[in-house]
Design a protein around this ligand. Structure first.
Ligand code: KG4
Ligand code: ZN
Length: 355
């Protein structure tokens, strides 16, 4: 079954053609990163306007690269939330129009479900074992989820209480004058933080426990079982504020502070992911979302996971926003309940869509 996927929830305009949820025939992206580099972050109004000009050519390119025409496509999947309202609208209006004209089924697809399903792209579904604990982290979201079996939707275990990790990377990169997007910029310069005072890690332990330990000591105790974690939520705003405070003192070295910041973020993400995997008896661990492109995070997760298999999307381009993941997730939703998507009903853009 051929799915056309459309993604426009933030600052990438993307379209893809995917067969049966895993075989990627094309995956086209028009990125706005250059425009947002000037402002050091995404300006929603600028992002919304930029989608309008490129969405139809991007869809055309996805069809021609896949060597198919619209009539060959069996269904359309579009990311209808969460995301920036104006950005989402471009994809949703285009998908509604295409579906109305062609009479093809239209599957509204949760953007984060797309990131999670990116791990199925170009993989044999039979290789994947359940239950799975997935950490999906990007600029807009930061979620830990449990997937109990092949047909189950992800169950949230924890999410960020303030900034997402990618957002923290972007904000800290701006503080350090490293440009946008911040994650790759920080990863590139980060080097050698010996002698840099430790940055805080928000383990979300009860105060009467956390005040007895330094951040890294609490981490060690969590990993070796001397402390137990019951809260899988995240928080990165305190860490970002501490970086800002140090930058304001003027007494810092960019590469070293970037390194210490990356280490603190990776420590919390990797530790919470592994502890959740242990607690929920995961057969596999998955990483997804833009921040899963970070090699330091990948290495730390692999190191802590020891025997447990760890999967990342097979290509870096499936980590950051793309439409192949939306087509893959759309196929999965369609398989669960085809009749639901044959109604001809149009979709709304839903900036705060929940699973
Ligand atoms: O998934 P994505 O493309 O868009 C959102 O849904 O937000 O993720 C973009 C985020 C940005 O915050 C970017 O700084 C971060 O992912 N990112 C990284 C890396 N590559 C992208 N963060 C850390 N290290 C990287 N190598
Ligand atoms: Zn995303």
């Amino acid at each position: 079954m051929l799915f056309l996927g459309i993604e426009s929830s933030c600052d990438e305009t993307a379209a893809a053609v995917v067969r049966d949820g895993w075989e990627v025939l094309s995956n086209e992206i028009a990125s706005q990163a250059e425009q947002h580099a000037e402002t050091g972050g995404v300006v929603p109004e600028v992002a919304a306007r930029a989608h309008v000009g490129v969405i139809l050519p991007v869809i055309d390119r996805a069809l021609s690269t896949a060597n198919v025409e619209m009539k060959d496509v069996d269904a359309i999947a579009v990311a209808n939330g969460p995301g920036l309202a104006g950005s989402l609208l471009s994809g949703v209006v285009t998908a509604n129009t295409l579906a109305a004209f062609t009479g093809k089924p239209l599957v509204g697809t949760h953007h984060i479900l797309g990131h999670i399903r990116a791990n199925w792209l170009e993989r044999d579904a039979a290789e994947i074992n359940y239950p799975i604990v997935t950490l999906t982290v990007s600029g807009g979201h930061n979620e830990l989820v449990l997937i109990r079996d092949e047909h189950a939707l992800p169950e949230p275990l924890g999410e960020t209480q303030d900034d997402a990790a990618g957002e923290a990377f972007d904000k800290v990169a701006r503080l350090l004058g490293l440009g946008y997007p911040g994650g790759p910029a920080i990863e590139k310069v980060a080097k050698g933080s010996a002698g840099v005072p430790e940055l805080p890690r928000a383990w979300m332990l009860p105060k009467d426990i956390s005040r007895n330990f330094s951040s890294s000591e609490a981490g060690e105790r969590l990993r070796d079982g001397r402390l137990t974690l019951t809260n899988f939520d995240f928080s990165f705003s305190g860490l970002k504020s501490e970086v800002r405070r140090r930058v304001q003192t003027g007494d810092f070295h960019t590469a070293a502070l970037a390194h210490e910041f990356q280490k603190a973020v990776v420590d919390v993400l990797a530790t919470k992911l592994i502890l959740a995997a242990q607690q929920f008896d995961a057969a596999e661990i998955h990483l997804a979302g833009g921040v899963s492109a970070n090699l330091c995070l990948r290495e730390r997760v692999a190191e802590l996971a020891s025997e447990l298999p760890v999967r990342f999307p097979v290509k870096m381009s499936y980590c950051t926003d793309n439409a192949a993941m939306i087509a893959g997730a759309g196929y999965f939703l369609f398989q669960k309940d085809p009749a639901k998507y044959e109604t001809g009903e149009l979709l709304d853009a839903e900036p705060n869509l929940r699973f």
